[in-house]
Ligand binder design. Structure first.
Ligand code: PMT
Length: 407
């Protein structure tokens, strides 16, 4: 019987580097995995490999130039952009990374990449010096922060004669990564997950408050990832200028005391609790009933009292089988302080971030985190908060499985 199920579609962008010939093998590997592949090439890519090669291998016309008369009535780059379940660019030159990072769309490949709503997987390939240049690294960081997935480059002997990082990642690895992105994990199906995010606000008087630099981005990324993986997510959010993910139950809080009340009420029903919020440790002992006035040069003393520790309260009521994840925002002795918090708050996993590092911590789209459990410590490189969220959930799920095996 004919299989009428629609195959997933990869639009494969090929740019002008010597590794362009490896894109032919990548195309075959994707097809072997049951994926339909459409190819779009830059002009320079056509100097390395003839479009006819990709046309023959893919069984589809190859798009190369926005000004060619389209074979169908559809605007071709838009049609390709809509068709894609995943957009892969392999090899991705320094030039195309720069264009994508800056929003330049001046040919078929870059206009398609800009128009698509599909996830973007980039496999950079270039000379080591180019790869390590500040411009390329910054562009990669920008693209990562916008949610692009980067695979490679690998290190080795390069076509230009140099040795080092810049080689196109093994095409098997690229194909595996593409497939993983096409069929995202649903390993949290049916689990109830509570995520806390954002800052607290501790009122001083009716118009002023104490707060911190948390934007909520890290917590929202965890909530999105858990929801994508099939979990039923409740997001306890402090004031944040972010759009909450669809299909997530949003419970707002303002003060740490409100967070304590909501979180301790919700936590007992949860399978996994991830506490990325930054609740203030102190609040004003007394909130002035009316706006505090200046005192003609006299200093104002505010007396602060300690707020409750929400994570410690949830830890004290931990159910068997529950996985509790906390964060540690540190400026010094990062690992030692985080380890102490792991034990004190009865957490199973603590995500340490050194908030003094560029690209890490508060109000940026990336983070550099170390995942600490009682058993081990795993440091991850700079990555988007979305990617970090996936890695945190991977670790939390592995801990859950370990527990289940031991029980
Ligand atoms: O929101 P973003 O701009 O994306 O920034 C992300 C982040 C830096 C806020 C996030 O990655 C992070 O580190 N969150 C924890 C911030 C924090 O309060 O760290 P802490 O080391 O003070 O607290 C340790 C843990 O105890 C945290 O899980 C925190 O939620 C919790 N806590 C802290 C204080 C308190 N009174 N009650 C708590 O439950």
């Amino acid at each position: 019987m004919e299989n009428t199920a629609k195959k997933p579609c990869v639009v494969l962008g090929v740019t002008g580097g010597i590794a362009a010939y490896k894109a032919c093998e990548l195309l075959r590997l994707l097809q072997k995995r049951g994926i339909d592949v459409f190819v779009v090439m830059t002009k320079n890519a056509c100097r390395f490999v003839a479009p006819l090669t990709f046309e023959t291998l893919s069984g589809h016309p190859v798009a190369t130039d926005t000004f060619e008369r389209p074979a169908t009535w559809e605007v071709e780059h838009i049609a390709l952009a809509k068709r894609a379940d995943l957009f892969v660019i392999a090899p991705a030159t320094a030039n195309v990374l720069g264009k994508l990072a800056c929003g330049i769309a001046d040919d078929m490949l870059t206009t398609t990449a800009m128009a698509t709503r599909a996830p973007l997987l980039l496999a950079p390939a270039m000379n080591t010096g180019m790869w390590e240049s500040a411009a390329v690294q910054q562009n990669v960081q920008t693209l990562r922060a916008r949610g692009a997935h980067i695979v490679g480059p690998a290190s080795g002997h390069l076509a230009c004669g140099d040795s080092g990082a810049g080689k196109l990642e093994d095409v098997e690895v690229i194909a595996a990564r593409a497939q993983a992105l096409l069929s995202p994990k649903r390993d949290m199906e049916g689990l109830r997950v509570l995520v806390t995010a954002g800052p607290s606000r501790e009122m001083i008087d009716p118009v002023r408050y104490l707060t911190n630099r948390s934007s909520g981005k890290m917590g929202y990324a965890v909530a999105r990832a858990a929801q994508r993986r099939g979990a039923q997510v409740t997001l306890l959010s402090g004031p944040a200028a972010l759009t909450p993910p669809a299909d997530v139950t949003l419970v707002p809080f303002t003060t740490t005391q409100e967070l304590l009340k909501q979180a301790t009420a919700l936590a007992p029903q949860m399978d996994v609790v991830v506490q990325a919020a930054a609740p203030a440790d102190y609040r004003a002992e007394e909130v002035a009933k009316s706006k505090i006035k200046k005192r003609g040069g006299e200093a104002l003393t505010l007396r602060l009292v300690e707020n409750p520790d929400v994570a410690a309260a949830i830890g004290a009521g931990k159910r068997p089988g529950q996985v509790l994840v906390g964060f540690a925002a540190e400026t010094d002795d990062v690992l030692t302080n985080a380890q102490a918090k792991l034990a004190r708050k009865r957490l199973d996993l603590i995500v340490a971030n050194d908030v003094t590092q560029p690209g890490a911590g508060f109000d940026v789209d990336t983070n550099i985190v170390t995942l600490i459990t009682e058993a081990d410590t795993r440091s991850l490189p700079l990555m988007s908060k979305d990617e970090a969220a996936e890695r945190i959930l991977d670790r939390a799920m592995a801990l859950r499985e370990e527990r289940a095996r031991k029980a």
